[in-house]
Ligand binder design. Structure first.
Ligand SMILES: Nc1ncnc2c1ncn2[C@@H]1O[C@H](COP(=O)(O)OP(=O)(O)OP(=O)(O)O)[C@@H](O)[C@H]1O
Ligand SMILES: [Mg+2]
Length: 313
């Protein structure tokens, strides 16, 4: 049986609202199990309750209701955090320290001393691409440079569970590509990664499982394949046909449809991918001129927009 890295049962969080006596419900009735090993994408629009859930998971804020455990240890017990590396949404460090000093301090907190600590600090700075500016004070670092330092502190002590709130925040395209490679490496090392992100197209190939939160509630959970619509379709563009009624009827029996495209004066035929050869047979009989055939499968981003609506609120 697979070990459970994160177990959440009935999480609820009410924040006091601006008006007295009212409450803002940030997380409602959340149950979630994250298996050990692999990358779990924690998705949802702005204000969905991701950061609130993460803070409750780490014991930083109390849940109004519900329980959680990390590798079987209840989150109220500080021992639950021993195996966890955490990257906050907005990492903040003392500005008069250098990247090297911050990372060295976290390596020390994780229990390393002397030469081993020095080596680990250097390895972490190199791993996140902060080695070249290790002696620069953080007050002189850009947002993305500080983000990399935050990543290094999360990795200090080689934790088996990494909880990262928007790790790609502030990173340039090269930094995001490097981050993806780093996340893949961590997965290959057998770590468990629980990551909130808005970059769905970048995360899709890395995620083993995802959960989608919307207005504090879980609206979908599973592998990307389970969440995206699995019924692949084909779209065929045809040059104008004189008579389409009988073809439309036959295509309908295959579960597809035809639509005229006024802008091209062509016809767009959509059908289940499994009917591809039968559709082609019908088109051949009619000597229809096929302009293009393409396959469509919902991406994680398509599924996200379908599940939470295009505005999110
Ligand atoms: N300290 C707080 N006091 C009152 N309300 C809060 C507090 N923190 C968050 N909220 C509210 O809780 C809800 C969830 O916020 P949260 O920060 O968890 O969202 P999120 O999913 O992390 O969003 P984002 O993608 O923008 O980071 C929001 O409606 C927010 O206004
Ligand atoms: Mg957040």
């Amino acid at each position: 049986m697979t070990e459970t890295a994160i177990h959440i049962a009935g999480f609820r969080k009410e924040y006091p609202a601006a008006r007295r006596k009212e409450m803002r419900l940030a997380v409602n009735n959340l149950d979630l199990d994250v298996p050990a090993g692999g990358l779990f994408g924690f998705l949802g629009p702005n204000g969905a309750g991701k950061t609130t859930t993460i803070k409750m998971l780490l014991g930083f804020i109390p849940a109004t209701l519900g329980d959680a455990s990390l590798f079987g240890v209840p989150v109220e017990d500080p021992a639950a955090r021993r195996a966890v590396g955490y990257l906050p949404e907005q990492p903040y460090f003392h500005k008069f320290l250098t990247a090297q000093e911050v990372v060295a301090a976290h390596v020390g907190f994780a229990g390393a001393h002397g030469r081993a600590a020095k080596e680990q600090t250097e390895a972490l700075l190199r791993r996140v691409g902060a080695y070249d500016y290790r002696t620069l004070r953080l007050s002189k670092c850009s947002k993305g440079m500080v983000q990399r330092v935050g990543l290094a502190t999360a990795l200090a002590g080689d934790p088996k569970l990494l909880i990262m709130d928007e790790p790609s925040s502030g990173l340039d395209p090269i930094g995001r590509k490097e981050l993806r490679a780093l996340l893949q490496e961590l997965k290959d090392e057998g770590k468990t990664l629980f990551i909130s992100s808005h970059l769905l197209s970048e995360m899709e190939s890395l995620c083993d499982r995802v959960a989608v939160l919307h207005q504090g509630e879980l609206v979908a959970c599973g592998t990307p394949g389970e969440i995206t619509r699995g019924d692949d379709e084909i779209a065929v563009l045809l040059d104008g046909l004189d008579e389409t009624e009988s073809l439309a009827r036959e295509i309908a029996t295959l579960g597809g449809s035809l639509a005229r495209q006024p802008e091209t004066r062509g016809i767009r035929l959509v059908a289940p991918a499994a009917a591809l050869y039968r559709v082609m047979g019908l088109l051949e009989q009619r000597k229809a001129r096929v302009i293009s055939v393409s396959q469509r499968h919902e991406t994680l981003e398509d599924a996200f927009l379908r599940l939470v609506g295009s505005t999110g609120h």
